[in-house]
Each structure stands twice: as structure tokens, then as C-alpha cells.
Design a protein around this ligand. Structure first.
Ligand code: ADP
Length: 560
């Protein structure tokens, strides 16, 4: 503003200086012309009087200020104050002479371009027909200007300095109160009443901006609360890969270091595949990939963000799919194991049947072959049944309607009676005892679980051993519950195996398991059945001395 005021002041001062100079020179010039003719006229009158009285001798004692020329009627110069008369040419035909001869007097001026001078002539007709001419010269306007240029420049410099100082002070005076205005709370200035409407407008705009800021902050807080509470990682970048927003979960994938809004995504210490996915999204396509970081599987989904028909950025979601991936892996392993387990009995069955059919078997051995086929088909049936049971448990397809009050002592008694022939076959003593306790559950599933435990007790005990089943009150999570304890004095289970025996197809004694018709799924079914009923399964064992499996189930009060 100071500069602008200075410029305008200088412009005004220079314009005023030039205008007044031109006016001054113009007036002076015109005044000089009028004055010159008046002076020449008076001088001519005085000389004419002198000539009339003294005659041509008048010029002998004559010392005029201006040039005086006396011309005869035929134009011959009789006298000239500036040059010898005989050297001068005839003045006949000169404008002022001719005019004076005709009208008695004449005045005229002539301009000399070479001398930059103007000459004023006054001619007067004297008695006797001669003409007296008086003339003087004046510098022309440009010559006068040139003459006065130096003083003019001095004055102009002085004026401009003064103008600069005054303008600077004026500008300071104007801008000082304006600079002191607080834009957040503009108070009207008494010295500037014309600015009051502007201040009103500013205050109004401040109020509007304040409201919009509050709304934006609220939205921002909402957005942050939503994204920070998301289990999925969230990342938003602009088209130049600058991070606009990210949440805490995303940092797990992006190297753990905080990504400030505005920083480049390339600052993150993460897999190149993520950068490639974001690049793909920024080129307008969808990108998806699976990453494993520290045993956690992340599914990365990158999509373009389109605004006004153009890709303005990319949004990336990181989903923890570890559980899903593990389930998928277990499912694949389970399918492979099931196929493998089925192969052996099927090969025995088809091989034996083929040999019988092609008459390669001695008629005496046919019975043995038939028994083998029967045993393997029984094993196959048991395997298929166990797989079906586990599939139903996996899919939670045991409807809750199937839950009924189950008398556990009666169920244990029934199971033991069913398995007594098997125990007897191994010379094993099988006993049960306990209290009359009920649970709410699926009876068939519970019977299969208890049966698997008792059967294992018999199968993994040496001949002549003992298997005991007790039904008693125990405690689970501080609540009373039913405990079905199956103890044997068999081969026992090592500490490291104890953690794994509930996994599908895990066997510590492979040959004994297969010899005794085990499928490798018995304990997995027991574990799932326990979880299905809201219970648990636990094992205590001493290698070579025996094991005790405890199946805990919620207690159903008898009055229910
Ligand atoms: P299987 O059909 O092979 O018996 P299970 O799932 O029932 O499969 O048992 C898994 C493994 O746990 C068995 O192969 C066996 O090695 C071990 N096991 C189960 N019960 C006992 C037990 N009472 N005593 C010793 N080992 C056992």
C-alpha cells in the first residue's frame, strides 16, 4: 500500500509540475509578445519625434536598445543601427514595410529555425514617405524551456523528495490502524467509518467459517473414531501417493511406524507388493493380494477413489484373515488325511475281492479273505462315520432342539455294558461307578464321546489291565459340573503328545491304533462334543503307568 500511495503521489506531483510549467511558459511567452510590440511602438514613436525635430543627424547621437532601421519609400535602407546601411539589401517587399506604406503602421514577427529565435517588427510610416522599423528578438519556446530546464529540474527534485517523505508518512498513517486489525475479531475503526460495512461482513464470514470448522472437526472426529475402531486396517492416499488418512490396524501391515497425513506412502517400511497394489488402484483398477507378516495373514484390497470422472486417490483395506486361512489349511489337511486313511482299507478290500474273483485264492483261505474284507469295510465304515460326525460338529449342524436331559450314569453304564465283550477279549476289567447326575445335551453324541474314551482305555491298555469310569461332581469355571473320568493303567501318553492327541489323525502309537481299528479321530470328536455342550476335556497321564481322561459337562439340576 505504501508503494502504491508513493507511486500515485509521484504521478500527481509530476503531472502538476509539468502542467504548471507548460502554463507558466505559455503565459510568459504570450506576455512577452504583447510587451515587446508595446515597447517597440513607444520606441518608434520617440525616434519618429526625434527624426522630425533633428532630421537624419538624430541617429549620430543615437544608441537604441533595439535594432532600428530607416527605409526609403523605394525600399533602400537609409540607416540601420546594427549594420552599415549601404551593405544591406533593399527592404522593398518585406511584409511590415509594405503594410506600413499602405496603412501607416504594421507589426509582425518572424521565426528563425536555425537560431531558434523569434523577431518582432514594428514599422511606422513617417512624414516624407520613409518608413521607420524597430525590431527585437526573443528566444523561441523550446529555447526558453531549455534555458529554464536546470532550475525546473532542481524544483522538480525538491518537490519529489518532499512528496516521497509526505507520501511515506501518509501511507504509514493510513496503514498503521489497518495493520492493527485483528482478522479473527475485527472491531470497527473510529478513524475509518467507511470501513464499518467491511468489518460487519468480516465478522459474518468469521462466524460462518467458525461454524464450518466445527462441523468439519466433528466429521473428522467421527471418521477417526470409526476408522480407529475398525479391526480392518484402513489407508487413504491421494493420486501422488501422499497418505491422507490411516488407522492403527493399518500400521501393523505398513511397518509399524506412524504415517503422518501428508507423508509419502513410500516412507512406510512395507512389502513392495502393497506399493504395487496401490499403483494398480491409482491406475483405476481393483487390486487384491494375500500377505503373511509375522504369522498373520492379511488380505489386501486396493480400490481407486474416483472424483469428477478422474482417479483422485486410492483406498486400501487390510483384513486379518489368519483364522480363515488356518481353517482353510486344516480343511485341506483333513481332506488329504481322510483320502489317505481311506486308501488302505479300500486297497485291501478291492485286492482281496479281485483275488477271490479271479480264482487265485485257495478255497481253504477264502474264509480268511472274507474276514479281512469284513474287517477293512468295518474300519472304512467307522472312518466314514467319524468324518461325518466331525463335519456335523464343524458346521454346528447339531440343532439345539436335539438337546435333552441326559442321565450320565445311565449312559456310562450302557456304554460299559456294550464294550464289556471287547474288554473281556483283552482280559481287561471294566468297571464304573458314580452319582446320578444329569446334563442337557445330545445323547447320541455324548454316548459316542464316552464310548471313544472307554474304547481307547481298553485299546491302549495291556491285557489284564483295568479301565474305570466314574461319574462325579467337579468344578468348571467356579461352577459345579459333571465329570466323567475314564482311567486306565495302560501305556500312558508322553507330555508333548498330550497336547496333540486331540488333533485330527494324530496318533502316538500308529500300529496299535490301526491294529485295533482306530480312525485317529476319536479324541477329536470327544473334544468337539465337549465344546458343543459347553464343557471341556482334560488328560492326565504318566508314560507307562496309565492315563485319566476327564470329560466335564454342565450340570443340569434334577428338578428341570
Ligand atoms: P485312535 O483312533 O488312533 O485311537 P484317538 O483320537 O482316539 O485315535 O486317539 C489319538 C491318539 O491318542 C491315539 O492314537 C493314541 O496314540 C493316543 N491315546 C488315546 N487314548 C489313549 C489312552 N487311553 N492311552 C494311551 N494313549 C492314548
Amino acid at each position: 500500500m505504501t508503494g502504491k500511495i508513493l507511486r500515485i503521489s509521484y504521478l500527481v506531483a509530476i503531472s502538476a509540475l509539468l502542467a504548471s510549467a507548460l502554463l507558466f511558459f505559455g503565459v510568459m511567452y504570450r506576455d512577452y509578445e504583447d510587451g515587446a510590440f508595446a515597447r517597440l511602438r513607444a520606441e518608434a514613436a520617440a525616434i519618429a519625434q526625434g527624426l522630425g525635430a533633428v532630421g537624419s543627424d538624430y541617429f549620430d547621437s543615437f544608441a537604441p536598445d533595439d535594432r532600428v532601421t530607416w527605409i526609403a519609400a523605394n525600399g533602400t535602407v537609409l540607416y540601420d543601427s546594427a549594420a552599415p546601411a549601404q551593405l544591406l539589401e533593399s527592404h522593398a517587399g518585406r511584409e511590415e514595410i509594405d503594410q506600413a506604406l499602405q496603412t501607416g503602421e504594421a507589426q509582425t514577427s518572424r521565426y528563425s529555425k536555425t537560431l531558434l529565435q523569434r523577431t518582432f517588427y514594428y514599422a511606422k510610416l513617417l512624414e516624407g514617405g520613409t518608413v521607420l522599423r524597430v525590431s527585437c528578438t526573443q528566444n523561441s519556446l523550446p529555447a526558453m524551456i531549455l534555458m529554464l530546464l536546470t532550475p525546473f529540474l532542481w524544483v522538480a527534485t525538491l518537490v519529489l523528495i518532499l512528496c516521497g517523505v509526505l507520501s511515506y508518512r501518509l501511507a504509514r498513517q493510513i496503514t498503521k490502524p489497518l495493520n492493527a486489525i485483528n482478522p479473527d475479531n475485527p472491531a470497527p475503526l473510529p478513524s475509518y467509518p467507511e470501513l464499518t460495512p467491511l468489518f460487519d461482513k468480516l465478522r459474518e464470514q468469521n462466524r460462518t467459517i467458525g461454524k464450518q470448522m466445527n462441523e468439519l472437526q466433528l466429521r473428522q472426529r467421527e471418521f477417526t473414531a470409526i476408522t480407529e475402531n475398525m479391526r480392518e486396517g484402513f489407508l487413504l492416499v491421494d493420486c501422488k501417493m501422499h497418505v491422507l488418512s490411516s488407522n492403527h490396524s493399518a500400521l501393523e501391515v505398513l511397518g509399524g511406524r506412524e504415517l503422518k497425513p501428508g507423508c509419502l506412502l513410500y516412507d512406510a517400511e512395507c512389502s513392495q507388493e502393497i506399493f504395487d497394489a496401490v499403483d494398480t488402484a491409482l491406475s483405476g483398477s481393483h487390486a487384491e493380494l494375500l500377505l503373511t507378516i509375522d504369522e498373520t495373514s492379511w488380505q489386501v484390497l486396493a480400490n481407486p477413489v474416483v472424483a469428477s470422472g478422474q482417479v483422485a486417490g486410492a483406498v486400501v483395506l487390510f483384513m486379518d484373515v489368519t483364522e480363515r486361512e488356518q481353517r482353510e489349511r486344516l480343511r485341506r489337511e483333513f481332506s488329504a488325511n481322510v483320502s489317505h486313511e481311506m486308501k488302505t482299507p479300500l486297497q485291501v478290500i478291492s485286492g482281496s475281492a479281485e483275488m477271490i474273483a479271479s480264482g487265485l485264492v485257495d478255497p481253504d483261505d477264502i474264509g480268511e479273505f472274507g474276514r479281512r474284507i469284513y474287517l477293512e469295510s468295518q474300519r472304512l465304515r467307522a472312518l466314514i462315520n467319524d468324518v461325518l460326525t466331525l463335519s456335523r460338529l464343524d458346521e454346528s449342524s447339531f440343532a439345539s432342539a436335539e438337546r435333552v436331559p441326559v442321565d450320565m450314569l445311565e449312559l456310562v453304564q450302557r456304554t460299559c455294558e456294550r464294550l464289556r465283550p471287547l474288554a473281556r477279549g483283552h482280559g481287561i476289567e471294566l468297571g464304573f461307578s458314580g452319582a446320578d447326575l444329569h446334563t442337557l445335551g445330545n445323547e447320541a453324541l455324548l454316548e459316542q464321546a464316552v464310548s471313544n474314551l472307554v474304547e481307547n482305555g481298553i485299546r491302549y491298555s495291556d491285557d489284564g489291565g483295568t479301565v474305570n469310569v466314574r461319574v462325579e461332581i467337579d468344578e468348571m469355571s467356579g461352577e459345579p459340573c459333571i465329570a466323567v473320568r475314564v482311567s486306565d493303567d495302560g501305556i500312558g501318553i508322553s507330555e508333548q503328545d498330550r497336547e496333540k492327541i486331540f488333533e485330527r489323525f494324530y496318533r502316538t502309537e500308529k500300529s496299535r491304533s490301526k491294529e485295533t481299528g482306530g480312525t485317529g479321530l476319536g479324541l477329536a470328536i470327544v473334544k468337539h462334543a465337549a465344546l458343543y455342550h459347553g464343557g471341556d476335556i482334560e488328560v492326565e497321564s504318566v508314560l507307562g503307568a496309565g492315563s485319566t481322561f476327564t470329560l466335564r459337562l454342565p450340570l443340569e439340576p434334577l428338578d428341570c
